[in-house]
Design a protein around this ligand. Sequence first.
Ligand SMILES: Cc1cc2nc3c(=O)[nH]c(=O)nc-3n(C[C@H](O)[C@H](O)[C@H](O)COP(=O)(O)OP(=O)(O)OC[C@H]3O[C@@H](n4cnc5c(N)ncnc54)[C@H](O)[C@@H]3O)c2cc1C
Length: 412
Amino acid sequence: MSKNAAVVGAGISGLHACYLLEQQGYRVDLFERSDKIGGRMSSDRKSGFILDRGFHVMQTGYPIASEIIDYEAMGCKAFEPGALIIASTPTKRKIWRFSDPFRRPIKGLFGVFNLFTSPLNLLRVGIMRLNISRTKDDELFSEGSQTTIDYLRSKGFSEPFIQRFFRPLFGGIFLESELRTDSRMFKFVFKNMSRGNMVLPENGISDCPNQLFQRLESTNLKLNADAEVVSDNGLLVDGEQHSYDVIIRAFDSEQSQITRDVWTLYFAAPESPLKEKYIMLNSNINEENALISHLAVPSDIQPTYAPENQSLIAVTVVGEDARKQSLTDKKAVENSVIAELTKWFPEKISTWRTLDVQYIQSALPELPLSHYDNLDTISNTDRCGDHTYHGSVEGALISAQLAVSRVLKNDA
Ligand SMILES: Cc1cc2nc3c(=O)[nH]c(=O)nc-3n(C[C@H](O)[C@H](O)[C@H](O)COP(=O)(O)OP(=O)(O)OC[C@H]3O[C@@H](n4cnc5c(N)ncnc54)[C@H](O)[C@@H]3O)c2cc1C
């Protein structure tokens, strides 16, 4: 008789764990406490727009994710490699284009002379890119521990360049404002940005968990099922005890690690404020009263994100940046963001309409630097989820592989 397994949590780590258990011949029950699968990768539809729950992209450079996820089947399309960088004062604004010179040599060459920063900083970016690209992923993670900001300083980048370029870009990715995230994670993400694209699926970020779910053949999904692991083999669901050969917890069971938060504001506009398909970084983010890390126009990449003749604009505000200004409610954050956008797009902003102001309290895990010393050897056999590995789609999928191989070993 085949063995039975329970997976608690239908985010991408739980969904991938189900697939791996099915492949080993287990009958799998998947318990999800909310009313849908996908966890943090979810999308809603509003007035013809697709609103991902928090602005979210996928990186095709992630090696494990790209073996598991079929980006083509989701109709993924890519942002341009590089970024636009905006600087504004109450009276004027300036926008620079920062192309990836390795993939857009001509635009990149112009970028070198764009006077955003000294050519020395740009040269250092090129050297860092070459060095990181040549280092194998596992070697990146076996390097010494330090914060991202200390690493960037050790590479000789000027403080203004760190604050005006790396801070809005990686602060907006790691969802923290100090660049305190481990430099090994920075190098890994930087490498993936260099070797792949940032993409959006045609029908919203929820396409990713939906694809993982559709791959399952026999898993029995139970929604609205708050499950509690009561012993190695026992699960309590709605007051009823169930027994399994193996149980995997694909969620932050201590509810203590996924603490980085973010605000995403969505606006509808009659046209895109950007002329090119880049993400726009706020070079003023370190200044008093600055709030926005970056702005993107998902409908420029995937027209399905907005109704015809309209554009969808997504603005990202790191939670701790809002807290520093004592902005804790939706209206206050919205007002401050609109004030900042008015400096960026004074002639356009009056035509924009707020679609949604989202606050995502549990967005990414806060992992201590020491966590990255032993990535593959966590002691809690039955746990997976990005908080057990690193805060990304890649981290969540790897964590599922590791958890399944650990429980299979114990169950052999
Ligand atoms: C706004 C935002 C932007 C992001 N951007 C990116 C990005 O650009 N690139 C990238 O790689 N990653 C990004 N991420 C991170 C990525 O989304 C996550 O790493 C990944 O989705 C985590 O999946 P998971 O399975 O580990 O956890 P989750 O998705 O959190 O899944 C856990 C599931 O468990 C369920 N659950 C919890 N408790 C119970 C219980 N007791 N019983 C039953 N079910 C339970 C929850 O309801 C949830 O569905 C972003 C995340 C957010 C929030």
